[in-house]
Design a protein around this ligand. Structure first.
Ligand SMILES: Nc1ncnc2c1ncn2[C@@H]1O[C@H](COP(=O)(O)OP(=O)(O)OP(=O)(O)O)[C@@H](O)[C@H]1O
Ligand SMILES: [Mg+2]
Length: 529
């Protein structure tokens, strides 16, 4: 069943059910992306599992999300089951061997895998606005916040950084509006509320450091197998927007960080996007356009993206047309919408005169699919009705102790487990405010000392600043002056904070970064140049 440079997907059948031939996915064209669709329970996850296994064996690292927990079994060796053995016999897979795979578990919540984090700065305004479902006006203000931070090298690592920056902006709306365009207090406070909601949904776990290093999902083992990164997504799915945004962020990171490789023998990484409809649900056009652009361009960086979803209509046409390798499991065709989906799915295949695609899609059995992959010169193969091979790893979830064991021996064990709270916008702004307050206090004290040295100056007062009291009431006036001096000159303090912050961050930006940060297509940070 092994063919050089090709992954065995399964064996196709003729219309009379006799065995036809092996169906393969050519590694050379695996970066031309793919699509796995089908109604629930038709075999999508198992197909994902066997593809991930084959990629790993071919030395290609894989990233995939485990939406229902049933993909985790890929970390354990397969077990004998009657129906799996039967499938193996039917398709002539002999010997049918079991195998375990090098898996790294990841989890945004740090419960079922190593913690995955990124920073607010890395995520960028476009994806963050999507995450918080912002209006255009709010997104505009968020863009300004990022611009301000990027230009000044102010690190926005976690939610509290962004919050303190927005607080600071709220005190400077006039000045900042003149520099960057209209900023309203209202937009700022709506964004603040959005951040609060995010926090309540557990997103604070996700923003911070140490941020995920892309190289950690691109590992191979000493014996040349690709690591399979499995993201625990069952809990994450309760916040579908966070799930979708996270995967988009990861895709854009890969895109921004990896160098061009052109056409090569096999991909450098394959990325499976399960429940892909969540990406596109209610997504604004600009985001869809950007995703389309990233999917198109990431190919030349050697990354293959495979969308997994129930209905091919879930994926926008512009993205769909770029997915070269297709595995279509059964769909129902009762309602007009369902019929339309089947029709679209059927029409995207290069037809096979031996059978009618539309009919076949509605009649496929479990673990059976219409398969068409890219062959020589990137031409799609004629569609074949294919029995997908059974997995070599375990079908179904692994147990908790098994998971712990896998995590303990993982190459990233201990690397991501504890939070790191590096100096960032929050600390910088807080410290500047403190320093400014201290500077003011020192100044006041100096003035007071000067006054005491020159008793004659006591006769002179500063009108409106609590100093114009009767000399007889000196003692009382003094304490009242102290209170008033900080209360009645708020402009002074804030001015100092603003200027110190901007000046000091500009200075640190000049020394540590040397330039303003640059953002890529999906708004994440560009690196490596
Ligand atoms: N290639 C296969 N070989 C043998 N059995 C299979 C195969 N594919 C699927 N099955 C059987 O079908 C069951 C359901 O498959 P799977 O979990 O992949 O469906 P799914 O499309 O992911 O469903 P859902 O949309 O609910 O997640 C499997 O548990 C297994 O018993
Ligand atoms: Mg599934």
């Amino acid at each position: 069943m092994l063919e050089e440079g090709k992954l065995y997907v399964g064996t196709s059948r003729n219309p009379d059910d006799s065995i036809n031939k092996g169906e393969y996915l050519d590694l050379k064209y695996a970066n031309r992306h793919g699509l796995i669709t089908g109604a629930t329970g038709t075999g999508k996850t198992v197909t994902l599992q066997i593809l991930a296994e084959s990629f790993s064996n071919a030395g290609v690292p894989v990233f995939c999300a485990d939406v229902k927990g049933d993909l985790s079994g890929i970390a354990a060796i397969g077990e004998y089951k009657d129906f799996l053995e039967k499938r193996a016999t039917t398709i002539g897979l002999d010997p049918y061997e079991f195998q375990e795979f090098p898996v790294i578990f990841w989890d945004l919540f740090g419960e079922k895998g190593h913690r995955v984090r990124t920073t607010i700065s890395e995520m960028g305004p476009l994806l963050l606005a999507r995450l918080m479902d912002m209006s255009d006006a709010q997104e505009g203000v968020l863009n300004i916040a990022f611009k301000l931070a990027d230009e000044n090298g102010l690190p926005l690592l976690d939610l509290k950084d962004l919050r303190s920056l927005l607080n600071y902006m709220a005190g400077e709306t006039e000045k900042l509006s003149a520099m960057y365009g209209n900023i309203t207090k209202q937009s700022l406070s709506t964004i603040q509320r959005g951040l609060l909601v995010l926090e309540q949904q557990g997103a604070e776990n996700f923003f911070g450091e140490p941020a995920l290093k892309i190289s950690d999902i691109m590992r191979t083992t000493n014996d040349g197998r690709g690591a399979i990164s499995v993201l625990a997504a069952d809990k994450l799915m309760m916040n579908p927007r966070l799930y979708g945004t996270f995967l988009l962020w990861l895709l854009s990171e890969l895109f921004e960080e990896l160098p061009e490789v052109g056409d090569s023998d096999k991909p450098r990484l394959v990325f499976f996007f399960d429940e892909a409809h969540l990406l596109f649900d209610e997504a604004p056009k600009i985001l869809i356009d950007r995703v389309e652009q990233v999917v198109r361009l990431i190919r030349s960086k050697g990354v293959g993206v495979y969308f997994v979803t129930q209905n091919p209509l879930d994926v926008p046409e512009s993205v769909l047309s770029q997915l070269g390798n297709r595995i279509q499991h059964a769909l129902r065709a009762y309602t007009p919408r369902e019929q339309k989906a089947v029709k679209v799915a059927a029409e995207t295949f290069r037809p096979n005169p031996a059978f009618d695609c539309f009919e076949a899609i509605t009649q496929l059995g479990v673990g059976e699919a219409l398969v068409s992959t890219l062959g020589a010169k990137g031409v799609p193969s004629m569609v074949e009705r294919t029995l997908v091979r059974p997995p070599a790893s375990r079908l179904g979830p692994i147990t908790e102790p098994e998971r712990q064991k896998v995590m303990a021996v993982s190459p990233v064990a201990g690397q991501y487990d504890t939070d790191l709270d590096r100096d960032s916008a929050f600390e910088m702004l807080a410290r500047r405010a403190e320093e400014a307050a201290k500077a003011e206090e020192d100044e006041r004290r100096r003035e007071e000392e000067k006054e005491q040295e020159r008793p004659e100056s006591r006769r002179w007062t500063l009108p409106g600043y609590g100093d114009d009291d009767d000399e007889d009431e000196r003692g009382r006036a003094k304490s009242s002056r102290r209170k008033k001096s900080s209360r009645s000159r708020p402009g002074y303090q804030r001015q100092t904070v603003t200027e110190t912050v901007i000046k000091s961050v500009a200075r640190s930006a000049a020394t540590s970064l040397g330039r303003a940060l640059v953002r890529g297509i999906l708004g994440s940070l560009k690196k490596g140049f």
